[in-house]
Structures are given as structure tokens and as C-alpha cells.
Design a protein around this ligand. Structure first.
Ligand code: ADP
Length: 234
């Protein structure tokens, strides 16, 4: 039998509030993401992109519908099991980098491994390898304040990669960067996808950034409005 898809959302609905003020942030969303895919999610503000990412990232629980990760029904997991799933299988990249200011790039990248209980020597080796993958091995001892915005975001990408996740979830990863640095970040992500088969799900409001994805999912009012395939991603 074929392997189940990495991510499979089926009829996912997320309602905030109740009664007259209820908001249907997601309304019967069906979406599968295969291992090795690069998927972009676009859509106007309020269309449900962040809610979809929160559900996929196991940070939020849908009101109804099924979410299977590697065939495992996430709705059947306890809160602790979901936290373990996040820690071991998912990497997160945010718009604002979220690096700790008084720690070096290396220490920032090591952090997820501390939570995984990895020993110091192995942590350092893995963090240096992750920094190397984003072209920042020589900046390992720098503090975030000594790095450009683009470099800080690459440190954040290294931090997302260090635990060897099955998928990286990137929420507006270029939102804080000028266009030159944005393309640099997208080249880094696209290269990780091409050369290492890293699966990426990215929210962006910039069509130029979505061009790097294999598929672009357009959301409107909590629903998938259309899906656009990119035969030749940037
Ligand atoms: P996007 O990321 O596309 O801007 P969101 O997923 O943030 O959209 O929001 C989708 C809808 O859900 C919006 O109408 C938003 O106001 C609503 N929403 C999001 N989070 C909450 C929340 N915590 N409580 C109530 N409503 C929310």
C-alpha cells in the first residue's frame, strides 16, 4: 500500500466563538501535502491562513474534521502527544525571527535540541551543520544584533531544521525583509526543498514568493478558493 500523505486535512472546520458572533475561520478545508512538496498558502487578510497553519502545526485543534499526519489522526492525540509531535516532526519559521537576543546564533539554533534532551556535543554538532546548510557557519558565534535581518531569518530557518523535521511551516517568512533579502530567503528555502527534499508549507501574501512553491493554495473566507500548480517553480 502507498504511504499515507504527510499532511491530510479532511473537512477541517474551525469556529471561533459561538452563536451570533461565531466566526468560521476554516470551513470544510480539504488539503493534502505530500512528502517533498513546497506549498504556498495565499489569500486576503482574515481568509484563514494563520488558522490553517495553526491547525497543521498542532497549535490549534479544529472544531470538526480530520487531520492526519503521516496517517496518524492528530485529533486522537493528547495535548502532550501533540507537543511531542511538534517538537520532533515540525519546524517553525515566523515573520519576526523570534531569536533570543543575548544568545549566539549557535545557541539559538541549539534550543530545540535542549527541549529534545540532546547532549551538548551532539547539539553543537547538529546546530553547526544546520547553520552551514543556510550558509551561516562562519557567523555561529555572533549575536542576533550583529546579523542582518536576512541573516537572522536564516538563523531561524537553521533552528527550524536542526531537529530534522518532516516539514517546515513558515508563516510570512519574508514579511519583515526588503525584496532583495526576501529572494535570498526564498532561494534558501527552495534549495533545501530541492536538495534535501524538505517539505515546506508557507503562508505569504507576495506572489513573487509563492512562485517558488510547487502549488499555491488560495483561501477566501475560510475555504480553499482555488489551487494553482507551478510546473516550473522559481
Ligand atoms: P489570515 O491569517 O488569513 O489573516 P486568520 O486565520 O487569522 O486569517 O483569521 C480567520 C478568521 O478568524 C478572521 O475572521 C479572524 O478574525 C478570525 N479569528 C482568528 N483568530 C481568532 C480568535 N482567536 N478569536 C476569534 N476570531 C479569530
Amino acid at each position: 500500500m502507498a504511504d499515507p500523505p504527510l499532511i491530510a486535512l479532511e473537512g477541517i472546520t474551525r469556529v471561533y466563538g459561538a452563536g451570533a458572533i461565531a466566526v468560521r475561520a476554516l470551513d470544510h478545508v480539504d488539503l493534502t501535502v505530500q512528502d517533498g512538496e513546497f506549498v504556498a498558502i495565499m489569500g486576503p487578510s482574515g481568509s484563514g491562513k494563520s488558522t490553517a497553519m495553526n491547525v497543521i502545526g498542532c497549535l490549534d485543534v479544529p472544531t470538526s474534521g480530520q487531520y492526519r499526519f503521516h496517517g496518524v489522526e492528530v485529533g486522537h492525540l493528547t495535548r502532550d502527544q501533540r507537543a511531542l509531535l511538534r517538537r520532533h516532526y515540525l519546524g517553525f519559521v515566523f515573520q519576526g525571527y523570534n531569536l533570543l537576543p543575548r544568545m549566539s546564533a549557535l545557541q539559538n539554533v541549539e534550543l530545540p535540541l535542549i527541549y529534545q534532551g540532546v547532549g551538548r556535543a551532539e547539539r553543537e554538532r547538529a546546530a553547526l551543520a544546520a547553520l552551514d546548510r543556510v550558509g551561516l557557519a562562519t557567523r555561529a558565534r555572533h549575536d542576533p544584533s550583529q546579523l542582518s535581518g536576512g541573516q537572522q531569518q536564516r538563523v531561524a530557518i537553521a533552528r527550524a531544521l536542526v531537529g530534522d523535521p518532516d516539514v517546515v511551516l513558515a508563516d510570512e517568512p519574508t514579511g519583515n525583509l526588503d525584496s532583495h533579502l526576501s529572494f535570498e530567503i526564498m532561494e534558501t528555502l527552495a534549495d533545501l526543498n530541492r536538495s534535501r527534499g524538505l517539505t515546506i508549507v508557507m503562508v505569504t501574501h507576495e506572489a513573487d514568493m509563492a512562485r517558488y512553491a510547487h502549488r499555491v493554495i488560495w483561501m477566501v473566507d475560510g475555504r480553499i478558493d482555488r489551487v494553482q500548480s507551478n510546473d516550473e517553480p522559481a
